[in-house]
Design a protein around this ligand. Structure first.
Ligand code: C2E
Ligand code: CA
Ligand code: CA
Length: 388
C-alpha cells in the first residue's frame, strides 16, 4: 500500500500511515481544491487494478477525505476535518473522495449516535425478525420463510435493513446482530419444523449472512452451536450469502459451513460478478434469482435470462428460488419458464412471527396456504400485505 501511494503522489508530498488501514498524505504547494482533487483522482485510479500480494490478486479500494489547513490550525484539527470528509466519501460508496464541509462534523456525531443506538438495540430488544413466505409456485404450499431483520428504534420507529445493515457492516456491529438473527431464526425454525414434520428439502428458514460475518472464522462454531442446540436436521436452516460475498470469502469457510449439513444459498444471483466457471466450483445448494430479473418478465424479451438461470440451476442440481414476484402475470410467466419456488409481495410481504406461525398451522392442518386460483381471480388476503 505504501508503494502504491508513494507512486501516486508527487515527490514533495509526504505519505504516512496513521494506523490500521488509514493513511495520511500531506500535499504541499497546492494551488487550491483543483490540485488536491487531482491528487485524489490519481490515487483512486491506482486502485482500479487489484493489488498483487504474495502472488495473489487482492482487490482493494480507498475512500479519501480532503481538508485544507488554514493559518493557525493544528495538525489535529486538519486531520479531524479530513477524517469527517473521508467518512462522507465512504458513505457515498467505494472509491470516492470528498472535500471537507463544515456540516460534516454534525454528520460524524450523528453516525456515532447511530452506532451507540444500534449497539444497544440488541440489549434493548429492539430488533425483530419478519418472515417472508417462500411458496411452491405450482400448488401454493408453503416451502419456508426468509428471515428479514427490522429495527424498532425508540424514536424513529421501524427501520428497514437498508438504513442500518450497511452501517452495521462497516462498524462491525453486524457480527452481534447476525448472531442474534441466527439464533432467533433457528428457534422459530425449530418450532415450525416441530409443527410440520417436513421431509428434508420441503421446508426451510433462510437467514442472510453478510460478507463481514463470513470473514470471522467464529461463524462456523456459532452455526455448529446453533445446530447442536436446536437438534433439528440442519438442512432446514439455509444460509443466504450474496454472490459477491461468496467470491470474496476465505476459501474453506463455505465448505466448513456446508460440512455442518447447512445448505448455502447464493443470494441476488445474477447481480454480482461470479463467472460461470467459479459458480461451478462453489459449494452451494440453492440459487436465488434476484428480483431485477422478474421486473418486466411479462414482456418476452426479459425472460431469456431467467429461463437460462433456471436451466443453469437444474444442470447444477440446485434448487432455484425466484424473488420479487409481484403480479399474476409474472407468476404465470415464471411457471412457464420452469420456476418451481418463489417469494414476493404477490403472495405476502415479510410477516410477523405470529402471522408466519398461522400460515404454518394452516399448512399443518392440510389447508391450502396460498390459493393460487382464487388469487388469480383477484382474491387477496389483506393481512399478508401490510406489515411494518
Ligand atoms: P434480500 O436478502 O435480497 O431480501 C429481499 C428484500 O426484498 C427484502 O427487503 C424483502 O422485503 C424485499 N421483497 C420481497 N418481496 C418483494 C417484492 O415482491 N417486491 C419488492 N419490491 N421487494 C420485495 P428488506 O427486508 O428490506 O431487506 C433488504 C436487504 O437487507 C435484504 O435483501 C438483505 O440483503 C438485507 N438483510 C435483511 N435482513 C438481514 C439480516 O438479518 N442480516 C443481513 N446480513 N442482512 C439482512
Ligand atoms: Ca436474502
Ligand atoms: Ca435477495
Amino acid at each position: 500500500m505504501a508503494q502504491l501511494l508513494r507512486a501516486a503522489c508527487r515527490p514533495e508530498d509526504t505519505v504516512a500511515r496513521l494506523g490500521g488501514d488509514e493513511f495520511g498524505i500531506l500535499l504541499e504547494n497546492v494551488d487550491g481544491a483543483q490540485d488536491a482533487t487531482a491528487s485524489a483522482q490519481t490515487i483512486l485510479a491506482a486502485f482500479e487494478e487489484p493489488l498483487r500480494v504474495a502472488g495473489r490478486d487482492v482487490p482493494a479500494n480507498a475512500s479519501i477525505g480532503i481538508a485544507f489547513g488554514r493559518y493557525g490550525d493544528t495538525a489535529g484539527q486538519v486531520l479531524r476535518d479530513a477524517d469527517a470528509a473521508k467518512h462522507a466519501a465512504k458513505r457515498d460508496g467505494k472509491g470516492k473522495f470528498r472535500l471537507f464541509e463544515a456540516n460534516m462534523h454534525a454528520e460524524v456525531v450523528a453516525q456515532l449516535k447511530l452506532k451507540a443506538d444500534l449497539a444497544a438495540a440488541i440489549a434493548r430488544q429492539e430488533l425483530r425478525l419478519l418472515y417472508q413466505p417462500i411458496v411452491n409456485l405450482e400448488d401454493g404450499t408453503l416451502r419456508g420463510f426468509e428471515a428479514l431483520v427490522r429495527w424498532q428504534h425508540s424514536l424513529k420507529g421501524w427501520q428497514n435493513p437498508a438504513t442500518f445493515i450497511p452501517f452495521a457492516e462497516e462498524s462491525g456491529l453486524i457480527n452481534d446482530i447476525g448472531r442474534w438473527v441466527l439464533w432467533e431464526a433457528a428457534r422459530r425454525c425449530r418450532d415450525w419444523v416441530g409443527v410440520l414434520s417436513p421431509a428434508p428439502g420441503e421446508f426451510k428458514v433462510t437467514v442472510n449472512l453478510s460478507a463481514r460475518q463470513l470473514d470471522d472464522a467464529d461463524i462456523v462454531t456459532e452455526v455448529e452451536r446453533v445446530i447442536n442446540e436446536m437438534g433439528f436436521d440442519p438442512s432446514f436452516l439455509v444460509l443466504e450469502i450474496t454472490e459477491t460475498a461468496m467470491m470474496n470469502a476465505a476459501p474453506d469457510r463455505l465448505d466448513e459451513l456446508r460440512s455442518l449439513g447447512v445448505p448455502l444459498a447464493i443470494d441476488d444471483f445474477g447481480t454480482g460478478y461470479s463467472s460461470l466457471a467459479s459458480l461451478h466450483k462453489l459449494s452451494i445448494d440453492v440459487l436465488k434469482i434476484d428480483q431485477v430479473f422478474v421486473k418486466g418478465i411479462e414482456e418476452d424479451d426479459a425472460s431469456p435470462f431467467v429461463g437460462t438461470m433456471v436451466g443453469l440451476g437444474q444442470a447444477l442440481g440446485l434448487q432455484t428460488i425466484v424473488e420479487g414476484i409481484e403480479t399474476k402475470e409474472q407468476l404465470e410467466r415464471l411457471r412457464q419458464l420452469g420456476c418451481e419456488i418463489g417469494q414476493g409481495y404477490y403472495f405476502a410481504k415479510p410477516l410477523t412471527e405470529s402471522q408466519a406461525a398461522q400460515l404454518v398451522q394452516r399448512q399443518a392442518s392440510g389447508k391450502v396456504v396460498f390459493d393460487l386460483i382464487a388469487m388469480a381471480d383477484g382474491y387477496r388476503d389483506r393481512r399478508l400485505r401490510s406489515v411494518p
